[in-house]
Structures are given as C-alpha cells and as structure tokens.
Ligand binder design. Sequence first.
Ligand SMILES: Nc1ncnc2c1ncn2[C@@H]1O[C@H](COP(=O)(O)OP(=O)(O)OP(=O)(O)O)[C@@H](O)[C@H]1O
Ligand SMILES: [Mg+2]
Length: 238
Amino acid sequence: MEYLEHLEHAGHEKPGRSNEAPVLIEFDHVSFGYEDEPVLDDVSFAIRQGQAVALTGPNGCGKSTALRLINGLLFAKSGEYRFDGQKVDAAAMKNQTFAKRLHQRIGFVFQNPDTQLFCPSVQEEIAFGPRQMGLSEEEVQRRVDDMLDMFDLRKLAKRAPYRLSGGEKHKVAIACVLSMNPDVIVLDEPTNGLDQKTQRLLTRTLHDLNFAGKTVVLSTHDHDLVMDLAARELRMRG
Ligand SMILES: Nc1ncnc2c1ncn2[C@@H]1O[C@H](COP(=O)(O)OP(=O)(O)OP(=O)(O)O)[C@@H](O)[C@H]1O
Ligand SMILES: [Mg+2]
C-alpha cells in the first residue's frame, strides 16, 4: 500500500460523540513490510473512541497487516503506533502486563478462524478468554451462555472447533472475542463465509456495540456492512 485516503461518508459521523472523543488508535507515519517490499508506507490516521472504522481496498493492499499492527502482533519498521497514548512496539509488548492489558482492551477476530481456535470444545473455547481475565466461574458461564444463544451455537457447544464448518468456526471466533467485552473490537473480514442470517445478526450486533460506545475497526470488501454500520471508511490503495 502506498497511501491511504480518509473518506468520510456524508452524514455518517455521529456528531457530539466521535469527533470529541479521545484518540485511541494512532498511526504516526507508520511503515511496514514483511520483506523488502513495503506494505504500509508512511501511513498516518487516528481512530477515536466510539468510532466505527472500515479499512477497505483491493486484495493484498495491507488491510490485515494494518489490523495485525493495531493488535501488537507486528510492529512498525519506522514511525510509531500508539494505543491510548502509549507506544506499541516490540519492547513494550515484552512487558507482560502491557501486552495482557492491550489484548484485553482490543479483541481481534482473525481473517482465518483456524489460527485462533485451540480448545477441546466450543464452550471451552468461549470460556477461555473470560477465565483468563480472572472472572468468577458464574460470570464465565453467564457469558458463555449469552454467546451460545446469541450465535445459535447451543447445539454445537460440546463439539471440537476443528470439527465445525468454516462459517461455524467464524461464529465461534467472534463469540470468543465478544465474550471478553473488549473496548475495541477488531475484525478482519467479519462477514466472509457467513450466511445471510448470520451476516445480519453480526451487523446488528456490531451496530449495537458501537452505539453503546465500543470502538469497532474492521476490514471488509462488503460495502453494505460499511453502510449499515455508518462506518468511517479508510480506503487503502493497492
Ligand atoms: N506473512 C507474510 N509474509 C510475507 N508477505 C506477506 C505476509 N502476509 C501478507 N503478505 C503480503 O503483504 C501484502 C498485504 O497483505 P494483507 O494480508 O495485509 O492484505 P489484505 O489487504 O488483507 O488482502 P485481502 O483483501 O486479500 O485479505 C500482500 O502483498 C501479501 O502478499
Ligand atoms: Mg486480509
């Protein structure tokens, strides 16, 4: 990606909230490449608390890469990424308290859910995050139940995640992230592979979470999703 344009949809900003809220995610002249070839080249943008932001652009332009940087899985080669005012780099992420806090505040649903499912059953998978957060077993169970109902996963609760269909895995991965109630929800192509009903459910859920004040950052090729969430679109060029 060479540069990124800010395209605000007319009438889509939420006055009185997004424009005044503090900046949570800030890319300050960030460059990154996996090898010699640059993927992100001098990229700057800021996302405020409570905004819904969609990264769009052609295959290979760097959307997933930008989301991995936001989640502290990759680091800027030059420039700086700050989350809530704090620089996120390899040194910062070596500090376990900092890394744990970042991963608690930012929930990340990967483009390929296989990379994030590892527990012996769906219910264990959803319980894992809330348990890691030290919540009571009663609260863990409440959150698992909420997610099983919300995503219609009740009949799959005891199934091993690797024995699910692609769309079912994707639903579980989203449920896992939402069960931790993060401040920022980052989703890489969230509607990919989901049926119409589940897409509508997900869109409504993200809309409601955003309306309740959560920051939502996603990458997508689904223009309807961008419109339905009234998301600010950051378009990346290939
Ligand atoms: N692990 C990797 N090692 C080397 N190059 C990579 C790696 N992951 C991605 N790339 C390259 O980096 C560029 C950006 O990839 P990225 O996955 O961020 O694109 P994307 O915008 O998410 O694309 P898509 O719409 O297909 O999901 C591509 O040219 C890709 O080939
Ligand atoms: Mg991608």
